[in-house]
Design a protein around this ligand. Structure first.
Ligand code: S3P
Length: 193
């Protein structure tokens, strides 16, 4: 019989994909703590907001902070569900850290769904330079094109969240995580509707 380890599920994906909505639902049902690396980063920076950190220190310094926070979270032994920032997968060290410590789930969504979810958002510095709706769409699509392959190759499981209720998505992730643990399978990789 294989020992089942503590739950450690990491959610990856683009801004607006539902990581901070779905993460707490999984955590509650799985008896794990929910952590959001963006929130931990802000707390670690003395409460300075992400747009302020980008403006004052630049993106590279933000990514350094992000990698440091992620490494600390991945080293923890407690049961966790982790929501990561949309750019976390850009660094190879973060990908290695996530894949070795967690069951990694990409919350994917169709571009039109993501564009609708991020349309009115003002707290995301990577989209802040875009003035018009069309510019914001173009910027999001370009980032999605760059990042899609990174999300895909980092994930053990891919779940399409477009047009689905968060509760149903959370349940599916829990179920697939439990199956993988119970059967001690190598990471599942599947696209589900
Ligand atoms: C970022 C996504 C944000 C946050 C920062 C950078 C990105 O997190 O980490 O604004 O590079 O996509 P969310 O995905 O939680 O919005």
């Amino acid at each position: 019989m294989t020992a089942v380890g503590p739950v450690r599920i990491a959610l990856i994906g683009f801004m607006g994909c539902g990581k901070s909505t779905i993460g707490p639902l999984i955590a509650r049902n799985a008896g794990a703590r929910f952590v959001d690396t963006d929130s931990l980063l802000v707390a670690d920076a003395g409460g300075r907001s992400i747009p302020d950190l980008f403006a004052d220190e630049g993106e590279t310094a933000f990514r350094d902070r992000e990698s440091r926070i992620l490494a600390a979270v991945c080293a923890s032994k407690e049961p966790l569900v982790i929501a990561t920032g949309g750019g976390t997968v850009l660094r190879e060290e973060n990908v290695a850290c996530l894949r070795s410590a967690c069951f990694v789930v990409w919350l994917a969504a169709r571009p039109d769904v993501i564009l609708a979810r991020t349309a009115r958002d003002k707290g995301r510095p990577l989209l802040a330079g875009a003035q018009t709706r069309a510019e914001k769409h173009a910027r999001s699509l370009s980032l999605l094109g760059e990042r899609g392959p990174r999300y895909q190759s980092t994930a053990h499981l891919i779940v399409d969240t477009s047009d689905r209720a968060p509760v149903a998505i959370a349940r599916e992730i829990e179920r697939k995580h439990s199956v993988r643990d119970a059967l001690s399978l190598s990471p599942l990789k599947a696209v589900t509707q």
